[in-house]
Design a protein around this ligand. Structure first.
Ligand code: COA
Length: 386
């Protein structure tokens, strides 16, 4: 048996053919395709198909998949009622977990979730549920945005792409093409990332053969934490606290001296800059150029990254995906507390791909532990305790 590794660092917990990352060279691939190529040439719909199926779709396959996604964008009215009863001051990730968990009650099933052969009843169920859940994730996030503003949710449009429809429902207006494309690329970049904490959570839940609503709800809860998907929201707070680029170096020195975590920096696997951060930074530049104005937050982030070069980079700590994503989201009109839900929409594609892989070759997760407690001892009645 291997030694205990805190955080399971370096411990293989599964075999997977979904994605691969080389943390020394900064390479990330989905099913063998480099993320940089997918960001340039693919769409979120095509990337989701790739993740779920294993291969890029033909034109006809993509059309069918996309049509199915469009057909399943609407949710039952009862979900609207559930959301209306939630406090608008609550965090959107809490809403999202609640809403996704409740989906299982409205769409129950009796199919055993264990794929034994290609095309069997379970595989068809897994495929059908994957389409339905992925289609509805964007709807749920956008509905909440409208409801908490006191508006009636915007009906999904089946004429728009996944990303454009999300922004349309979220803001109430059709996005301009550049903004829609930026959202699409952000979804591609966040769709999958090997066996990270939320994916592992989905796999553990999936390994009990639980319904997909539980699988995705578990993953959402895990993504919410600030050490994982919740970091993007904290990055904005941090940049606002720094205030302006000139303050970045002295701010950083003080925080590092106080042993404070610098949000959006560092990664268990990457010891160079996260390739997704590089791509998001490029998108941010494109947006700034098209608007002819550069966001002060972006300038501060660039200054902070530069300051980190001297102190954190020598320890292999560089910007991760969350460092630039929030700034970009902010620029396209998404409020900070919706950053992680937007991440969750995209990552659902990866969670579902891992769920399918898990139930295709399932064994329940049941690791062991190194017990550090008492040896068996005698029960002491309350009156005799000191
Ligand atoms: N700011 C300051 N120091 C950091 C740091 C950061 N963001 N990330 C890592 N470090 C330091 C740790 O303090 C530790 O230093 P030490 O060896 O002197 O104690 C060392 O680097 C190793 O960090 P550790 O937390 O053990 O690494 P990990 O692999 O367990 O954690 C993260 C990885 C992502 C959780 C961690 O880098 C982090 O907290 N980053 C900020 C949160 C974030 O952006 N999360 C999103 C990830 S995509």
């Amino acid at each position: 048996m291997t030694d205990y590794q805190p955080g399971l660092e370096g411990v293989p917990a599964t075999r997977s053919s979904i994605s691969y990352l080389d943390g020394k060279q900064g390479i990330l691939t989905y099913r063998g395709y480099r993320i940089v190529d997918l960001a340039e040439h693919s769409t979120f719909e095509e990337t989701a198909y790739l993740l779920l199926d294993g291969e890029l779709p033909t034109t006809a396959q993509l059309e069918r998949f996309d049509t199915q996604l469009r057909e399943h964008r609407r949710v039952k009215y009862n979900i609207h009622d559930i959301m209306k009863s939630l406090p608008i001051t609550g965090h959107p990730m809490e809403m999202l977990q609640t809403a996704v968990a409740s989906l299982g009650m409205f769409y129950p099933n009796n199919v055993p979730i264990q794929i034994r052969s290609p095309g069997d009843e379970s595989e068809q169920y897994v495929y059908g549920q994957s389409i339905r859940i992925l289609a509805r994730m964007a709807t749920l996030v956008a509905m909440w945005q409208q409801l908490r503003l006191g508006n009636y949710p915007v009906r999904p449009s089946s004429d728009l792409s996944y990303a454009a429809n999300f922004l349309y429902m979220f803001n109430g207006d059709e996005p301009d093409p550049l903004v829609a494309r930026i959202m699409d690329v952000c979804f591609i970049l966040h769709a999958e990332h090997t066996i990270n904490a939320s994916t592992f959570s989905a796999m553990v839940t999936g390994s009990t053969l639980a319904m997909p609503s539980y699988v995705i709800a578990a993953a959402i809860g895990t993504l919410a934490g600030p050490l994982h998907g919740g970091a993007n929201e904290r990055v904005i707070t941090m940049l606002e606290e720094i205030g302006k680029p000139e303050n970045a170096k002295s701010w950083l020195e003080k925080k590092l001296a106080d042993k404070v975590t610098i949000w959006g920096m560092g990664h268990r696997e990457y010891k160079v800059k996260d390739p997704r951060a590089t791509l998001l930074q490029k998108l941010m530049r494109e947006l700034a150029e098209s608007r002819g104005t550069i966001s002060p937050l972006f300038e501060t982030a660039l200054a902070l990254e530069e300051a980190c070069e001297d102190s954190l980079a020598p320890k292999g700590i560089y910007p991760n995906v969350d460092f630039y994503s929030g700034i970009l989201y902010r620029e396209i009109g998404i409020p900070s507390d919706q950053f992680t839900p937007v991440f969750a929409i995209a990552r659902t594609a990866g969670w579902l791909a891992h769920w399918r892989e898990q139930v295709s070759e399932n064994r329940i997760f049941r690791p062991t532990q190194l017990y550090t407690g008492y040896a068996p001892r005698d029960y002491v009645p309350g009156t005799d305790r000191v």
